[in-house]
Design a protein around this ligand. Structure first.
Ligand code: SAM
Length: 271
């Protein structure tokens, strides 16, 4: 076709300024017939995920400018109607160590965006759901808890789950112990050892007395034979006592209290 005629056609085209950059752009003209088949397939997949409670991965492939972002925009617009939450996770530098925190950060940022055609942000739905269910969520600060920091940094074998029995050495005022107590739940148990009476008092007042699955032990971790309240074997020994001989202390405690297939976690300090 003649170049000049082509340019004139382009100038008349209703979609000429309709470049979608993000799934939350406003003023987008949506011609629903374009990529309808792909859109319908995504919606069918979402219905499948909802009814089967399983997950699916879809790969959206196409040349630059072929309308992939536009399709994401349309999927985001249909989120509320289909009762799902749309999240756009932007590409991150693929250093495994930071993958989890990058995904989390990107997810939260994305949930804060509102599609121009919808009434609310996805995060509002989550907050509403939490309020309705009466669930309490606690902040687990990775700058105050080494266990939280290790999760943020991609800890692969997280050993705590509902029902786990734990021996925790170095409870301090109970920050990390309280989170483990939440995770192991009422049928789990945390034997928490602390030898400094000043911090132990805080631990008792703020944490241990309010939680029935924590057994406080005011003892020296170097003398495991003197913990009279630990009964049976534990699934996990968690060591955070910041002592030069903590590896020896950990091994002695594991020898006495750790199950055969149990796990132990030790916090090492680099100076
Ligand atoms: C780094 S702090 C623990 C922080 C805590 N794990 C947390 O994440 O909240 C180390 C604790 O180990 C305690 N500790 C040090 N040596 C100990 C020992 N021999 N027996 C019991 N506790 C000890 C200290 O008193 C201190 O409270």
């Amino acid at each position: 076709m003649d170049k000049e005629i082509l340019e004139r056609f382009k100038a008349l085209g209703p979609f000429k300024d309709n470049i979608v950059k993000t799934p939350w752009d406003s003023g987008v003209i949506d011609a629903e017939e374009v990529h309808r088949e792909s859109f319908d397939r995504v919606i069918r997949a979402l219905d499948f995920v909802k009814s089967n409670r399983s997950s699916l991965i879809f790969v959206l492939q196409g040349e630059p400018g072929s309308g992939k972002s536009h399709l994401l925009w349309r999927i985001a617009r249909n989120a509320e109607k289909k009762r799902f939450l749309f999240v756009n996770i932007v590409p991150f530098i693929s250093v495994k160590k930071f993958a989890f925190s990058s995904i989390l950060e990107s997810t939260i940022e994305s949930l804060e965006n509102k599609h121009p055609d919808l009434r609310s942000k996805p995060i509002d739905h989550i907050v509403g759901w939490i309020i309705k269910k009466g669930i309490e969520y606690r902040l687990w600060d990775p700058f105050r808890s080494k266990l939280a920091a290790s999760i943020m940094n991609g800890l692969e074998n997280f050993p705590f789950k509902n029902n786990t029995k734990v021996l925790y050495l170095g409870a301090s005022t109970g920050t990390t112990v309280s989170h483990i107590s939440d995770i192991v739940g009422p049928s789990g148990l945390v034997f928490a050892v602390e030898h400094a009476s000043r911090v132990a008092r805080d631990f008792l007042d703020r944490v241990a007395t309010h939680r029935s699955n924590i057994m406080p032990i005011l003892q020296d971790a170097r003398k495991p034979k003197e913990y009279f309240s630990v009964f049976g074997k534990v699934d996990v020994v968690y060591v955070d006592i910041a002592q030069p001989d903590q590896t020896k202390i950990a091994i002695e405690n594991c020898d006495i209290f750790l199950k055969k297939e149990g796990l132990f976690l030790i916090n090492t300090y680099i100076s």
